[in-house]
Structures are given as C-alpha cells and as structure tokens.
Design a protein around this ligand. Structure first.
Ligand SMILES: NC(=O)c1ccc[n+]([C@@H]2O[C@H](COP(=O)([O-])OP(=O)(O)OC[C@H]3O[C@@H](n4cnc5c(N)ncnc54)[C@H](OP(=O)(O)O)[C@@H]3O)[C@@H](O)[C@H]2O)c1
Length: 331
C-alpha cells in the first residue's frame, strides 16, 4: 500500500517519504480500514520533528486521524463489520502506527461509526480536535447551559470545535482570531462575540459580553498570559490548559485563589476508550444534525503529506496564520 512515513525524525521535506509499505492484516480486535481521508494536527509536527517523548515504530507512518470504510476485521472484533463506514483518532500515538496510508488497522476501541450524511473528510477533520474539545468542555469543565466561555484561538482546529460545542450546549461564547476574515468566520460558527487578538481590546470585549467575567476560559495558545486570563475570569471561573509543553509562564496566585478559580489540564490521548467514545457519540450526533461543522482549510492528495506537514508546522511553530482550519488529505 502507499503510505507517508518517516524512518528518522527531522524536517518535513527531507524525512517524510511517500512509498510502498506492507498492507496490514487485522488480528484480534483490529479493524482494517480502507482510508478515505486523514487530517493533520499540531502534534504530528512534534512526532515527526523529534520533540516528542516516546519511541516511534520504524518505519513510522505519520498521522493520528482517519476516516474510511471497513475492509476486513480481526476474529475478535464485535462492533464493526465489512462495509461499515468508520472514523477515529488516537493512532500514531504512544507507539502506535499512524494513519497516513491507503490502509490502517486500529484497535476497534478507537473507531466510531460514521453517520450516513457525514463525509470522510468531515469526520477526519473533527477527529482528534473534536474529541479534545469535548473532553475539555464536558469531562473537565462540566460546562452548563447559560455559562459564558472565552475561547482564545477560536479559529484553530480545537478552538473552532470548542466554539461550536459550547454553543450546542447552550453557552454564550466569546472567541478570538488573528484576522478580520477569521473573526467573521467565528461568527458564522456561532460565536456570540468575536475579536481580533492582534488589534482589538480583549478586556473591553469580555466586559461587554460578561460584565462579571467569563465562567470558562479555554486557552489554545502555548504561552498563556495568566495575568490577563485571571482578570477575565468570573468568581469561581474555570480554566482549561492543553498546549505548551515547554511553557513556564508567571502565575498570579493571589488573584486566582481569591476569586476561587480552578485550572484543569489534560491530553486527549490519555483519555480512556470509553471517554473518547462518549465524545465521539456526541460529535456524530452534532455532525448529523448540522450543529457541528468541520472547519476544513485545505484538501490535498496523500502524496502531498510533506507539504501538508510543512504548512502545519509553519502555523503551529512560526504562527504564519495561513491556515483557517484543518488540512485534510486523501489517498
Ligand atoms: N492536550 C491535547 O490533548 C491537545 C489536543 C489537540 C491540540 N493540542 C494542542 O493545542 C494547540 C492548538 O491546537 P489546534 O489544533 O487548535 O492548532 P491550530 O489549528 O494550529 O490553531 C492554533 C490557533 O491559535 C491561534 N493563535 C495563534 N497565536 C495566537 C495568539 N497570540 N493569541 C490567540 N490565539 C492565537 C490561531 O489563530 P489564527 O490562525 O486566527 O491566527 C489558531 O486559532 C496546539 O499546541 C496543539 O498541540 C493539545
């Protein structure tokens, strides 16, 4: 089968190869998926450039997310049969092989049925980022209808789904983005208020939407400014951190505890199969009903995997701002 893979970590253009690797044969509880679409995530950059902290299989097929059609099942598979459409994430992580290939054989516990009206591109684009958004809002923060949520980086892969899921749960949402077009797109996604983090007065926007402060603050950037964030939070405000492995910012202890605030951090790939499936069930429901829309910026052929990685890296590490959503690739 054709696959995009690396044999050593390093720059995208020189390490990502596109060529033939053996097609997997599903054993035990593995499901062989004929891949219809995959998507790129910032963590793909860290896995490929060597910043990550677990050993990779050799060769390592890049990519975490996939959607496609079941071609064969291992003898112990219970939830899927040949011909079913499925999507999933959590591949390429913790030493597992990745998804950027014509075929992939995940354990069935990391796969979910794709509802009929949803395309492979849409479900692949919502996979890792959707599960992340859901875990943060519902497992970690227990978002309630009527609460106010601030999403810093609402235009990104995770942020655009946090915005939509918070709206689906009945919250009011204020989100930031880095250009006038992306601010307009945030309103299309349902944000009650959207501001440009480069040019607008964020404190004034918070005061206008939530005079007593926001109940939830979701940070997607790797260098949080806690001084500002704590000033935006309401009494008993809750905050989510999920990016910035190397970040060591100053923290305003006094204002934080006096307001009774709390702070949660998590990584999606440590969530249990049951937790991830609960997120996937809601994602499927909301994608089917139109409450959730995949935010796709580019669709490329799989043989463009190196260019796709380069583009993601420029946005994740150099903050180029040239992406307005997910990069999806198709074998
Ligand atoms: N913990 C987990 O399980 C988990 C899961 C998924 C992702 N992550 C991490 O979360 C981060 C975001 O992931 P993603 O997929 O959403 O990335 P992404 O699609 O590249 O989005 C990045 C977002 O950050 C915004 N941004 C950049 N600089 C900003 C600034 N100074 N102030 C406010 N916003 C700014 C961008 O806005 P513009 O494009 O509008 O400029 C964009 O909305 C990454 O570091 C990723 O590794 C963690």
């Amino acid at each position: 089968m054709k696959a995009a893979y690396i044999e050593a970590t390093g720059p995208a253009e020189s390490t990502i190869k596109f060529g033939d690797l053996p097609k997997p044969s599903p054993t035990g509880t593995q499901v062989l998926v004929k891949v219809g679409a995959v998507s790129v995530n910032p963590i793909d950059t860290y896995l490929r450039n060597g910043a990550n902290y677990w050993p990779l299989p050799k060769p390592f097929i890049i990519g975490c997310d996939l959607a496609g059609t079941v071609e064969a099942v291992g003898p112990d598979v219970r939830r899927f049969k040949v011909g079913d459409r499925v999507w999933g994430s959590n591949q390429g992580l913790l030493g597992r092989q990745g998804t950027f290939a014509e075929y992939c054989a995940p354990e069935e516990q990391w796969l979910y049925p794709t509802p009929a009206p949803v395309t492979d591109e849409q479900s692949a684009a919502c996979a890792l980022v959707g599960i992340t958004a859901h875990l943060g809002l519902f497992r970690e923060i227990q978002l309630q209808a009527g609460e106010t949520v601030f999403v810093n980086g609402g235009s990104g892969g995770v942020g655009s789904l946090v915005v939509q899921m918070a709206k689906a749960a009945g919250a009011r949402v204020l989100a930031t983005a880095g250009s006038a077009e992306k601010v307009a797109a945030l309103k299309q996604l349902g944000a009650d208020a959207a501001v440009n983090y480069k040019t607008d007065d964020i404190a004034a926007a918070v005061k206008s939407l939530a005079p007593a402060g926001v109940n939830v603050y979701w940070e997607t950037v790797r260098e949080p400014d806690f001084e500002k964030i704590v000033s935006y939070l309401a009494e008993r405000g809750r905050m989510i951190l999920m990016a910035g492995r190397d970040a060591r910012p100053v923290f305003p202890v006094g204002p934080f505890y006096v307001k009774g605030c709390s702070l949660r951090g998590f990584v999606m790939f440590k969530a249990t199969p049951g937790e991830q499936r609960a997120a996937a069930d809601d994602i499927n429901r909301w994608l089917s009903s139109g409450k959730l829309k995949a935010n796709i910026s580019r669709v490329l052929p799989l043989n463009q995997a190196a260019a796709a990685h380069q583009l993601q890296e420029e946005n994740t590490l150099q903050k180029a701002g040239t992406l307005a959503g997910k990069i999806v690739l198709k074998p």
